[in-house]
Design a protein around this ligand. Structure first.
Ligand SMILES: Nc1ncnc2c1ncn2[C@@H]1O[C@H](COP(=O)(O)OP(=O)(O)OP(=O)(O)O)[C@@H](O)[C@H]1O
Ligand SMILES: [Mg+2]
Length: 225
């Protein structure tokens, strides 16, 4: 097991009102498996995924990455773990518009801050290699505005895997793509999982994709249904 969650709750306050987005979720994610998270809009899927990925602190409950209780450590340590061991792919790519595809993919390595010895050229070579892996060799100098949706998501995936994460968390990674591009992205994700020991967790509305998962978790009203 690589990732486990114990009795997660997340409550947001907006004005006087309280919204419970996650209401007592426990789950386990295994290495080399694909876990699909499905459920209606507003069920708490994105909130849950952010908590699992160390991006959003739960109101209560725990998340373990192997033995590490990721909300018990310092923010700095959690940021380092997120960068080195967890990959995140968003529906709308979240690429930095002023940087090229290559530079976007290099960023997580540069952020590790231990590249002084390795050198910029080595990082560049690695980024180019990962872009090749996702089929985007010919687009390395393009800025996000010069990429199609499918291409942008490939860059985002390359960025998410460049540090060799143990878990790749994807929030509706094809929610913004047509069916042909969606299929290509899923083929890519399945291939990446098979070629590594990485666990893949995907939030999706697509029953067909969920059908390919090793495990399906249904979320409804912030709970595992
Ligand atoms: N920052 C926030 N402040 C207040 N309420 C929030 C916040 N983020 C999410 N919520 C609420 O929490 C609930 C769960 O939201 P979440 O985005 O996790 O749903 P979801 O399952 O990902 O939905 P979708 O399928 O539409 O993406 C919703 O009712 C939402 O309005
Ligand atoms: Mg969502």
């Amino acid at each position: 097991m690589i990732l486990s969650a114990k009795n997660l709750h997340k409550t947001y306050k907006s004005g006087q009102k309280k919204v419970t987005a996650v209401n007592g979720v426990s789950l386990e994610v295994r290495k080399e498996r694909m876990t699909a998270i499905i459920g209606p809009s507003g069920a708490g899927k994105s909130t849950l995924l952010h908590i699992l990925g160390g991006l959003d602190r739960p109101t209560s409950g725990k998340v373990f990455l192997e033995e590490t209780d990721i909300y018990k450590i310092s923010d700095r340590e959690r940021a380092d773990i997120r960068n080195a061991r967890i990959g995140f792919v968003f529906q709308f790519y979240h690429l930095l518009p002023e940087f090229t595809a290559l530079e976007n993919v290099m960023l997580p390595v540069l952020m590790r801050g231990r590249v002084a010895g390795a050198g910029a050229q080595e990082v560049k070579d690695r980024a180019r290699e990962v872009l090749k892996l996702v089929g985007l060799e010919s687009r390395i100098a393009h800025k996000p505005s010069e990429l199609s949706g499918g291409e942008s998501q490939r860059v985002a995936i390359a960025r998410a895997i460049i540090n060799g994460p143990e878990v790749l968390l994807c929030d509706e990674p094809t929610g913004n793509l047509d069916s042909r591009n969606s299929e290509a992205i899923y083929e890519l994700l399945f291939g990446l999982k098979t070629g590594s020991r990485m666990a893949l967790v995907v939030v999706t509305h697509d029953e067909k994709i969920a059908g390919k998962a090793d495990e399906v978790i249904h979320i409804r009203d912030g709970m595992v249904a």
